[in-house]
Design a binder for this molecule. Structure first.
Ligand code: CMP
Length: 453
């Protein structure tokens, strides 16, 4: 609450909007039905009619009392808000709040009884019934909700778009069918629902341009013919638009997976064209499959590069929270050090049997194990000095001493590792002596063990 103003993103405001949208949809379905079939307002329909009146009226009041966000700035000035609302939605909201359907009962019958026959004829209940269609204008609010939901990523944006398009198609088909019934008496021996389904069937065959022609406008009815032509022309456009849209929406539902598949296919084709041996091809494919399973194929640096520094650090901290918790030397490190480390850590994956490096290589990185295990092996690969698992690190000796690798490292399982490059490592140990001491101690211990072997 700001100066008795509601915040547009307040939870209760969202809940209220949701109730309003549900009522609007109910009105969009039910009112045209009642206009065409003219059934009495009884039971829950009466409750619904009163709800439209009460809720839509309160909504007008709340719209005057809700702050608006303009170009990212929250505006709470009541005058500005009122002016903006009056010039935009107010008139539509007002029309939709007037309970024409209730007035149609009250006025028509009431005035006749009071002897005001002429007035009653002028204010014929049918006019009120038709005016109650003004509530349909409220459906325009749906576009605002849709963009709000998109902004808050309520659902995958493509799925949301798909559902929204299908919903609109259903509503429009509903309106067109009822429009047809308004011009055509239908079969009086059949129930209203049967007649409605019959009209819907006509509408769908026309909209989808199938047009069996088993139901066609009567030769004597000009309005029906004109209406049919209108539906045919707009139907062709709408159907084309929907099908085109559907294809692009379906293709976009899982962009990450589609992009990854494309990447994998490119690599597979390349390997086939260059006659890469079958077992190597299968290792590459295994790598990609594991990359997908473990991190959905995404390269986080692509995402991070787009962000400003502060967000970059927070996202990196979140993404690397696992490794920070698993590695004991990180747990003891202070916050500044952790921030520096997470920004520099790079993920990498190895398959079982892969060499991360061999004894005698020059050391350029230090590694941390997030998942899986590695073996520390001799140059001839026959002796396994140790097995390191989750939370351990390796490759520190060569960096500390600027020397060759004292042993080889082989992945035992599928391994998710993170590595730090040499320059970041040197920078960090210069500034954080405690961290350096911890690593030096471990390096010393390991070198002693190696010498004993
Ligand atoms: P580096 O010499 O850079 O490369 C090989 C790595 O294996 C080495 O750093 C250590 O991190 C690790 N290592 C060497 N000996 C042992 C050991 N006995 N136990 C665990 N790890 C070791």
């Amino acid at each position: 609450m700001i100066r008795c103003m509601l915040h547009p993103d307040h939870k209760l405001r969202h809940l209220w909007d949701f109730i309003i949208i549900m009522l609007t949809v109910a009105a969009a379905i039910e009112i045209p039905f009642r206009v065409v079939f003219n059934y009495p307002l009884e039971g829950y329909l009466r409750v619904l009619a009163y709800s439209y009146f009460i809720f839509f009226s309160i909504d007008i009041f709340l719209n005057f009392r809700t702050a608006v966000s303009v170009e990212g700035r929250l505006i709470t000035d009541p005058k500005y808000i009122a002016k903006r609302y009056l010039s935009k939605w107010f008139i539509f909201d007002l029309l939709s709040a007037i309970p024409f359907e209730l007035l149609s009962e009250q006025f028509g019958g009431g005035m006749e009884a009071a002897g005001m026959a002429r007035m009653a004829r002028f204010l014929h209940p049918g006019i009120f019934r038709i005016l109650s269609l003004a509530k349909l204008v409220r459906m325009m609010h749906l576009f605002k909700f849709m963009s709000n939901w998109q902004r808050h990523e309520v659902l995958n944006p493509s799925i949301l778009r798909l559902l929204f398009s299908l919903f609109w198609l259903a509503i429009i088909a509903h309106w067109i069918s009822l429009g047809w019934l308004a011009l055509e008496t239908g079969n009086p021996e059949k129930s209203e629902i049967d007649n409605y389904i019959w009209a819907l069937y006509w509408c769908i065959t026309t909209l989808t341009t199938i047009g069996y022609g088993d139901i066609s406008p009567s030769f004597d009815s000009r309005p029906q013919m004109i209406y049919t032509m209108f539906v045919q022309i707009s139907g062709a456009g709408m159907y084309g638009y929907m099908i085109g849209n559907l294809a692009s929406i379906l293709a976009n539902i899982d962009t990450a997976r589609a992009q990854f598949r494309e990447r994998m296919e490119k690599v597979s084709t390349f390997m086939r064209n260059h006659d890469v041996p079958a077992d190597l091809q299968s290792r590459v494919r295994n790598y990609y499959n594991y990359l997908w399973d473990s991190r959905r194929g995404s390269d986080e640096s692509d995402v991070l590069n787009d962000l400003p520094q502060n967000l970059k650090v927070d996202v990196a901290l979140f993404l690397n929270r696992d490794i920070i918790q698993k590695v004991p030397i990180f747990k003891e490190a202070n916050e500044h050090l952790i921030r520096q480390i997470v920004m520099a850590l790079k993920p990498i994956i190895y398959l079982p049997g892969d060499y991360i490096f061999r004894q005698g290589d020059m050391g350029e990185e230090m590694y941390f194990i997030s998942r899986g295990a590695v073996e520390v092996v001799s140059a001839d690969e026959k002796v396994v000095y140790a097995t390191l698992s989750e939370g351990s690190f390796f490759g520190e000796i060569a960096l500390l001493l600027s020397s060759e690798r004292t042993a080889g490292i082989r992945a035992k399982d599928y391994c998710d590792l993170y590595y730090l490059d040499k320059s970041t490592f040197e920078n960090i140990i210069q500034h954080y002596p405690d961290f350096e001491a911890g690593i030096r101690k471990m390096a010393e211990q390991r070198r002693n063990e190696l010498n004993e072997n």
